[in-house]
Design a protein around this ligand. Structure first.
Ligand SMILES: [Zn+2]
Ligand SMILES: [Zn+2]
Length: 213
């Protein structure tokens, strides 16, 4: 009995840690999509520009390496572990949380890759719903692109949708500050997108891809 309880406790904690990592990644994604623009100082060129590219040309980042997609998360993850060490907070829950968070962009990338590009193991993990499936992530890329922000699992987004989490949070922010969800030029009727997007267009981006690879 004690063994069963211990196992259940560990499984529950694993699911909780995975859900928290997915929710954090989704919250960052939502803030980028909703409030920051490419002209925002520092974060604009570093994070929002790739984000805008992704909404217009979702397959572009599948050509980038793990480091190109994850250097920023890896840096933050390392800082979190360094800060947790003297505080005695190191352990498997934090390790799992950081490992998932650091790889959130990469897991998101797998949702946009073909099965052939992903290989058998990742495809099987998606089929078993251990990782988010491309079909599930496709909801985020459907107009008006303002839902399903969490990129790691299939179970956090529906819970947030049930309570209308993002729309309610945006309503509170608008009520307090007057700031609304920004225009997304990748949504039909809200374009056209910025001129610089041309170099990321699949057919005309061969040169850029070579540079980025
Ligand atoms: Zn998005
Ligand atoms: Zn995506």
């Amino acid at each position: 009995m004690a063994f069963v309880l211990l196992t259940l406790r560990i499984v529950f904690r694993i699911i909780l840690v995975i859900a928290l990592a997915d929710f954090l990644a989704g919250t960052i994604h939502w803030a980028e999509d909703a409030y920051f623009t490419e002209t925002t100082p520092v974060v604009g060129p570093l994070f929002i520009r790739p984000n805008i590219v992704h909404h217009h040309h979702p397959r572009f980042f599948t050509h980038l390496t793990w480091w190109q997609s994850s250097w920023d998360l890896a840096l933050v993850g390392a800082l979190v572990l360094l800060a947790a060490w003297p505080l005695g907070l190191l352990g498997w829950p934090l390790g799992l949380f950081v490992a998932l968070s650091v790889n959130a962009n990469e897991i998101h990338k797998w949702s946009h890759r073909t099965r052939q590009e992903n290989g058998r193991i990742i495809s099987a993990l998606q089929d078993w719903h251990v990782l988010q499936t491309p079909r599930h992530h496709g909801v985020h890329h459907s107009d008006p692109k303002n839902t399903y922000y969490c990129p790691i699992t299939n179970f956090v987004n529906p819970v947030l949708e049930r309570v209308d989490f993002w729309a309610r949070t945006e309503a509170v922010i608008e009520g307090l500050t007057g700031v609304k969800h920004r225009v997304d030029t990748a949504v039909r009727g809200q374009g056209p997108g910025p001129a610089w997007l041309a170099e990321y267009r699949p057919n005309s981006s061969a040169r850029h891809l070579q540079r980025a690879a």
